[in-house]
Design a protein around this ligand. Structure first.
Ligand code: MHQ
Length: 263
């Protein structure tokens, strides 16, 4: 790192003491986070926009609602697992993530995968009619009735509503995902300091991006960590109830990655 490039930024007051980063490193980091998201976002924003008003017909809805609980769970869990595979890929492409020790990578993914899924869900959400992209069309909350977890799904939809109100760009989405994943506050982390350094750098790059686009105010409006983790907790509770009702289904038919993360 050379001193000149630090000075050229003239943000010295913003540099957290443990996070020195040169202008070049900052640019590279911004590109890295944005590319990591672009390359792993599963559905492109343009395509989701095109399908925005394709909703399920009442007959199709009824068809879903009449499915047995276990079948619907299995189906949803498979879609969630697919989506999480892309989230794992996002993490792997974030510079610095794979340099963390393997235990800490797992700790962060276990704690963060569902939170990132919630953030990504807001991209696939139409806030004007309260629907979410599911199996090729947009689905109302009622479609998921047979899962037996209306409170969970309601809070997922509510979160998406509040995220949609912020109108996050794909770049902002990328950074929000990255800082949510790299939360240095988990007690099980072995090298907290390394996670913390990476977190600060990415947070700094995020603020830099927001300053450039005059969008700093969104930092105060992003949902609190607690809000996300409450929904994740609710998901775990619902999963536990389901497992008690259908122990063999959960064990034999849920994908290994889902079991590894949540069971
Ligand atoms: C991703 C794509 C994606 C894939 C799957 C907890 C439980 C048993 C059910 C989508 C929740 C039901 C999920 C499938 C329902 C709310 C789940 C089932 C963004 C997220 C998204 C759209 C998931 C959103 C949440 C869905 C619809 O890139």
């Amino acid at each position: 790192h050379n001193l000149e490039s630090y000075c050229s930024l003239n943000f010295s007051s913003f540099f957290p003491p443990e996070c020195m980063i040169s202008a070049t490193e900052l640019e590279l980091l911004m590109q890295n986070v944005i590319f990591a998201h672009q390359e792993t976002c599963q559905f492109r924003q343009e395509n989701l926009q095109i399908l925005r008003w394709e909703t399920f017909s009442p007959e199709e809805m009824q068809n879903f609602q009449q499915k047995p609980m276990d079948q619907m769970w299995e189906r949803c869990v498979c879609h969630i697992t697919d989506a999480i595979q892309y989230i794992v890929e996002f993490a792997k492409r974030l510079s610095g993530f794979t340099d963390l020790n393997p235990n800490d990578q797992i700790v962060l993914l276990k704690a963060g995968a569902m939170e990132l899924l919630l953030i990504r869900m807001s991209r696939a959400f139409n806030c004007f009619n309260n629907t979410v992209f599911f199996e090729g069309k947009y689905a109302q909350l009622e479609l998921f009735h047979s899962l037996g977890c209306t409170d969970l799904i309601t809070s997922m939809f509510d979160l998406c509503q509040s995220l949609c109100a912020l109108n996050l760009s794909e770049h902002e989405m990328a950074f929000f995902n990255a800082i949510t994943l790299l939360n240095p506050s988990y007690p099980w982390l072995q090298d907290k300091h390394k996670v913390d350094t990476l977190y600060r750098k990415i947070h700094f790059a995020f603020r830099h991006l927001l300053r450039r686009t005059h969008r700093e105010f969104i930092l105060m409006k992003l949902p609190e960590k607690e809000k996300l983790s409450n929904i994740c907790q609710l998901h775990l509770e619902k999963l536990n109830i389901f497992r008690q009702m259908y122990p063999t289904i959960a064990w034999e038919r849920f994908p290994p990655l889902y079991k590894e993360l949540f069971i």
